[in-house]
Design a protein around this ligand. Structure first.
Ligand code: GLV
Ligand code: MN
Ligand code: MN
Length: 411
């Protein structure tokens, strides 16, 4: 049985419309109006494909197809449905869409699995609203406690709980899902890099995922008049921040081993053309393939920030997230490879430089991922694009592996 090209395309195009920035890419922040519209759409599709819909106390969505075994753990398939600001229509969303398509294929064949199958659509993987990232999976598995979840606020000071209630979600049941209820997790994702396209291969079987640390740095200085304050009497928070940010690429290059460091978010206060900046808050995202290099780079970044803590400038560092590099499950990797061979779809093994919910799930359950090509290697931008034919191939593989895991294969 083949995945249905039109259905996949229609879901991607329909979900693309749920954006706060029409014409300028997909901006779908967690618990926004666009989240609510996408959520309703996903729930409708789940119901149409014969799944029983539920939402946990964090707003993650599940669509369940019961198996023959009662009280048996489920095979979860899916991804996240939030986006970065002005992102594309595929990052995360495509993984939810192809999981829906797998459910449609089960329905079309009238398959009743032995173990239950659950399609999952997770919130806030990007950290676009509440910072930190991987929040849906971390909360689902108790890595982020319900108390810490409730304490998160967005830039406007709105708490997760207030934001959930604003779109009619019920935060009362905010507790982790027992890990015994999950047999395995499978995620298809766009590659977000150039390798598959360059190699002209449609499928990447992910062996490992990068380790990452996210910091939020606050530099506090003193506001003052831009015309009357002599240069030697200034406590300019932005000048201090700029020195730090300019040093970050050198730290990454010196650490080598694919270490990368990015400042992608920066807020400046009070943000007036004729006012010396009083406060700057910025993110630092640090990644590397091996834990020792993530940790070294984090230490060096912290030391670099501390060097600016002088002459009336104070610095503060909050660690929003740390997650070590992960290796994905061997059995699932082999299943993906064998299935690709059986379906005559060439594949290659890959390492992921992007973070994914699968890295959180992999600490609790057998987890596996496949990648499909990204045009020009672009992602986190409106130009993101993947050919439908690649999704069809990926979905065909995902369907076969899901079928095997919901039967008996032990992982
Ligand atoms: C998610 O896209 C991440 O890698 O931060
Ligand atoms: Mn993603
Ligand atoms: Mn992303």
């Amino acid at each position: 049985m083949q995945a249905n090209e039109q259905r996949i395309e229609a879901h991607i195009e329909n979900l693309r419309q749920f954006t706060a920035t029409p014409g300028e890419g997909v901006t779908r922040l967690t618990y926004s109006v666009e989240d609510l519209k996408a959520r309703n759409y996903i729930k409708e599709q789940m119901t149409a494909y014969g799944l029983t819909v539920s939402e946990d106390g964090f707003g993650n969505i599940f669509g369940k197809l019961n198996g023959m075994l009662e009280d048996a753990p489920s095979v979860l398939i899916g991804s996240h449905f939030d986006s970065v600001p002005n992102g594309g229509a595929y990052d995360g969303t495509a993984g939810v869409v192809v999981a829906l398509e797998v459910a449609a294929m089960f329905q079309a064949q009238n398959l009743t699995p032995t173990y239950p199958l659950e399609v999952v659509a997770m919130i806030e993987e990007e950290g676009g609203r509440f910072q930190g990232g991987l929040m849906g999976s971390r909360a689902m598995l108790g890595v982020l406690s319900a108390e810490d979840f409730a304490a998160q606020t967005d830039v406007a000071g709105i708490t997760t709980i207030e934001a959930m209630e604003a779109i009619g979600l019920n935060p009362l049941n905010a507790k982790p899902r027992p890990v015994e209820t999950i047999k395995a997790f499978l995620e298809l994702h766009i590659e977000q890099g150039p390798i598959l396209e360059e190699k002209e291969i449609s499928i990447g079987v992910v062996e490992s995922i990068v380790g990452l640390c996210q910091l939020e740095v606050t530099i506090q200085g003193q506001a003052g008049h831009a015309g009357t304050t002599p240069m030697n009497r200034r406590k300019d928070a932005l000048v201090a921040a700029a020195k730090i940010i300019a040093e970050l690429p050198n730290i990454a290059v010196n650490e080598s081993h694919h270490t990368v460091i990015t400042t992608g978010r920066l807020q400046l206060y009070p943000n007036g053309a004729n006012v010396i900046p009083e406060k700057v808050v910025f993110s630092v995202d640090i990644r590397s393939n091996e834990e020792v290099h993530v940790k070294n780079a984090v230490e060096q970044v912290k030391a670099c920030i501390l060097r600016e803590h002088k002459n009336g400038i104070s610095t503060n560092i909050a660690q929003l997230m740390y997650i070590s590099p992960k290796e994905l499950n061997h059995v699932i990797r082999d299943l993906f490879k064998q299935t690709s061979e059986k379906l005559a779809i060439p594949y290659c093994s890959m390492h992921s430089g992007a973070g994914h919910d699968a890295m959180v799930l992999s600490d609790f359950t057998a987890s596996g991922m496949i990648f499909v090509p990204s045009k020009d290697g672009l992602s986190h931008c409106p130009e993101e694009y993947t050919k439908t034919e690649d999704f069809v191939k990926g979905t065909n593989i995902l369907f076969e592996v899901t079928k095997q895991l919901t039967e008996a294969v032990e992982v």
